[in-house]
Design a protein. Sequence first.
Lengths: 571, 70
Amino acid sequence: MALPFSLLAAAPSRLISLAGIDIAIIAIYFLAVLAIGFYLKGQSGTGEDFFLAGREMTAWIAGLSFLSANLGSLELMGWAASAYQYGILATHWYWIGAIPAMLFLGLVMMPFYYISKTHSVPGYLKLRFGEDSRLLSAVSFGFMTVLMSGINMYSMALVMKVVLGWDINFSIWVSSLTVAVYVALGGLRSAIFNEVLQFVLIWLGALLIPILGLVEAGGWSGLQARIAQNLGSMGGYTHLWGTLGNFKDNPMGIHWTGIVLGLGWVISFGYWTTDFLVVQRVLAAKDLRAAKMAPIIGSAFKMAVPFIVILPGLLGLALLPMKLVGEGDAVAMGGHSYNEVLPLMLARYCGPGLLGLGITALIAGFMSGMAGNVSAFTTVWTYDIYRAVIKKDASDAHYVSMGRWTTVLGVLVSIGTAYLVMQFSSIMDYVQALFSFFIAPLFGTVLLGMLWKRATRAGGFWGLLSGTVASVAMWAWVKADPSALAIVALSTDAKAMAENMYRALWSWLTCVIVTVVVSYLTRPKPETELVGLVYGCTEVPSEGHLKIYQRPAFWAAVVAVVFVILQILFW
Amino acid sequence: MEHDKTISVWFFIGALLLVYGVLILAYGAMHMGAPTPGVVLGELHVDTWWGALLLVIGGFYTFAFRPGKG
């Protein structure tokens, strides 16, 4: 592939300058991911192959891919920035905001997703609640996925412009079309192969920052001492739970109830157990045991991610000679913003060669997230919208062809969204809230659908719809009348993140209550129609014949113990 | 894991790391004479050691998961 590398050198100003070896490393990465796509092209001929990677993945491959699809580069840079801004509190999004939900997915929910043989989460809703719930969920997921993909694309291009001086159009088109080519050619198998590759690159490219940072800072105690010296007595920067007793005591302006109930319960469980972007990877597992193990393996690695994301942010707080500021102030005053902390730390320790590897890690992160969005969108569009509504009786080959074209089209629409965001940047302020509108109620619907056989078709649909409407209404209420924050988020001191946590909690509760009430008012499905879909009606294969170390529950317990120890260590 | 005749993903990963290891190790070795300019802890010559690590990991995976291995 002939990359127009002259463009890379054309920028007027940049944070980092790349040497020839760095550009070679980046170019080799692009060649490698495309080569994988071309190689796997011949193995994506059927719908099962293209959309579910043939359901042949081992637990390790599915587990690493599951995590990699979540590890977009904005995730890396964004949470490093949050760690600089809010301190170690950002770790909650990796620990309590992920680990319990991932273990729950593996042990409790995966059997129903897997045994039902659904292609997607909306597909499960079709089997459990009927066509109307599926359509509502599929349309909202498709819309949000493409929007998020475009916004991530634009944000990444913006970062590449600031950090490397790359032209925004160049970043958007080259990265996106590369993803489009390898996913369209090899389907989910190609996306998963590349995600595992990208996962390894992300770690090997970013791992040097915390290692060298801790050497420079004098270990964890040295890091704490420097932060205390730089910021005074703000203990909230290095303690996970100790300052969450009051909204005013910590830099995030949040209370522990918001973290535990809003983040740890609703948002986390909603994202990790119902967002098809990640669940799709686990559905590709080769058998039920692999499907249960995959999220558990992913959770073990997720628990380690703060080492390469949060720690660099904290190290920036302790070691960088300049003070980083918000994006607006950085533009106005010409300084560096929080969002640049990871690239700044990369440039601090990495010379030519390693710098190329680090930038490759960021690009790999972006592409793994984008491929996740695109492959999930393609499946939901093809199976849950196109086949369900537009063309019901086409051949398998027709749907595979539709999947390939949808991949390309999805990327092009995402690119269009990226340019739309470029014109109306305020869209970005709202998108996180928009995304949360759908996730929290969906979790209520899927959870009740799997665990409560009395839930009815009408209950599922009206619960999902009312939860979504309630979330939108609360958001609009606070926008129109900021004093409503005291009601929605329980305190006028609550900040944006805290508001998101509580809004998610209330919308989930709305969904659950409406689902329960409507279900009791309507007639349930006979139990014979719930086999394979609901707890109590489904026989989950026993694991009694397995040795203890082969059982998913054993490894989930190991992860849970480590999780608890980490909370205590960093209390 | 995948189709019986599919080359393992670990082979692709190994091959890429092997190439990166060779490039970064060679660059680091060529500049061992002085601390890496412009970076903190440049005297540690991290590029050389990291390049060697990538080379070893990449070499192992490339060999262990090479195509055609029974």
